[in-house]
Write a protein that binds this ligand. Structure first.
Ligand SMILES: [Zn+2]
Ligand SMILES: [Zn+2]
Length: 132
């Protein structure tokens, strides 16, 4: 059986990726690093082993900024889109919103990290409104 291949990339398309096989540890994070990196109060992540990820766009691998002792933040140097986090551990965490098809059950967060960082004004238990 062929393994599933999923694609994604940045706003301008210079950074593109293909991931082969299942991701791990889908989770939300509201730490200050994720908030600054994405500009959003919450980030949704899914993790892959480095060998599962291929950079296929014209820019090749994304630019990186070392944000903490053991992790770097990856982004497109042309359009500024946040793409993921590359840990010194052999994993790459990709931001779910950068996938071409982000609405997948496999991306549903199993847990939050740093949930205390979610702003107090963020509505809890809010209804989902279909904007179609
Ligand atoms: Zn870009
Ligand atoms: Zn975080």
């Amino acid at each position: 059986m062929d393994q599933v291949v999923q694609k994604g990339g940045c706003l301008c398309g210079a950074v593109r990726f293909e991931v082969t096989g299942e991701g791990a540890n889908p989770h939300g994070c509201a730490c200050r690093f994720c908030q600054r990196h994405t500009g959003a109060p919450l980030a949704a992540w899914v993790e892959f082993a480095c060998e599962q990820v291929r950079w296929t766009g014209t820019a090749g691998a994304p630019a990186v900024y070392r944000s903490s002792a053991d992790s770097s933040r990856a982004f497109c140097a042309l359009c500024g889109s946040s793409i993921g986090a590359i840990d010194d551990a052999p994993t790459i965490a990709l931001l779910v919103g950068s996938f071409d098809e982000p609405d997948q059950a496999a991306f549903a967060p199993a847990y939050h990290s740093f949930e205390d960082g979610v702003p107090g004004w963020w509505p809890r238990g809010m209804p989902i409104v279909d904007q179609a």
